[in-house]
Design a protein around this ligand. Structure first.
Ligand SMILES: [Zn+2]
Length: 343
């Protein structure tokens, strides 16, 4: 079996992916046309996700969010994201949503469509999924309080946590302390994008003041050895996304010996491999695992560990966790064993 095929077959969990970043370019063009939204001019469908810089990316992202309007639009993008993930061996997903990005579309309508897509995908592909609303840090903590009200009003058992995302570097975590505490008081689990374009201090701040249990990205942790030791001792889960580091961090070469994901793995941190915004960066979950294997120095044993770590830090109940850890481990060994026999 080819390595790429083997990696695709491995059972996986994805705990860092954004619904609005997972829209297929063909779907984005179709929905934009249907809903009368102008997208940037491009000759071929695939060119839609070809950006010269971050500003172009954000322009496309904003226009695409405006194109998702009806219940069925939300059902479709959710279903297609989960369908693609399932084709990559993904069995369980926790995904971020950005309901505030769809201006004028009531949260209730968005949740209804998303839930239909989750149900359809689980029925057809067996993939189980849960929702983490992401709070846009650029809008500030007051808007965050209103956002949390809306989330709690539309809450079901499928909404398991709260995240913090968008442009990190100018927006440290501390101002969001109160709103994150209120979310925790309402039973939501907590995570934050930190240490991606922001410094290691934003990771420490997210742990100390926001009380997050996981860190999304977290690459700049490598600049603070004491923080590395602390995160290792406390078993803090890091949701790493190899491809997007080329665009959003100072590390542009995935094969560089000082790439943070490589160093985080070598330091014994609880590293997981995820896809972030897969079609927008021409990738998918299997491709991210291939990059980990071929560029970031992950052996097969390291890949297995990353998969099992994603179950360790996933927000699932403990009996499901124990069952999946046992079952997946056996299955992964069997799949990897076929590679050994092939030599
Ligand atoms: Zn992200």
């Amino acid at each position: 079996m080819k390595t790429s095929e083997l990696i695709r077959k491995l059972p996986k969990a994805e705990i860092h992916i954004h619904l609005e970043g997972a829209i297929l370019p063909g779907t984005a063009m179709e929905l934009a046309r249907k809903n009368g939204v102008a997208l940037p001019e491009c000759e071929r469908v695939g060119d839609l996700y070809d950006y010269a810089d971050l500003m172009e990316f954000l322009a496309v992202y904003g226009a695409i969010a405006d194109s998702i309007v009806t219940i069925d639009d939300f059902r479709r993008i959710t279903y297609e994201m989960l369908q693609s993930a399932a084709a990559n061996g993904c069995r369980y997903m926790e995904f971020f949503i950005s309901p505030h990005a769809h201006e004028g579309v009531p949260f209730a309508r968005q949740f209804e469509g998303i839930r239909r897509g989750m149900l359809d995908a689980e029925t057809e592909f067996g993939i189980v999924s849960r929702i983490i609303p992401g709070m846009n840090r650029e809008l500030g903590p007051e808007a965050g309080e209103e956002y949390l009200d809306e989330i709690l009003a539309n809450r079901g058992d499928d909404v398991i946590g709260l995240g913090l995302d968008y442009n990190e570097a100018p927006y440290p975590p501390e101002p969001f302390t109160a709103v994150f505490a209120r979310a925790a008081g309402n039973g939501l689990r907590l995570t934050a994008h930190a240490g991606e374009s922001g410094p290691a201090a934003f990771i420490a701040g997210s742990l100390d003041t926001l009380k997050v249990e996981r860190v999304d990205h977290g690459y700049n942790v490598v600049n603070d050895p004491a923080l590395v030791a602390r995160c290792r001792d406390d078993g803090i889960g890091f949701t790493c996304c190899p491809s997007t580091t080329k665009y959003t961090t100072t590390w542009r070469d995935l094969a560089a010996p000082d790439h943070p994901i490589r160093k985080m793995k070598e330091a014994g941190l609880a590293v997981t491999i995820n896809s972030d915004d897969p079609p927008m960066f021409s990738t998918d979950l299997s491709a991210e695992f291939m990059i980990a294997h071929e560029a970031l120095g992950f052996s097969f044993a390291d890949l297995k560990k990353a998969i099992l770590t994603s179950l360790e830090v996933a927000w699932i109940d403990d009996s499901t966790r124990r069952q999946w850890l046992t079952d997946w481990s056996v299955e992964i060994d069997a799949i990897m064993g076929t590679a050994d026999r092939a030599g």
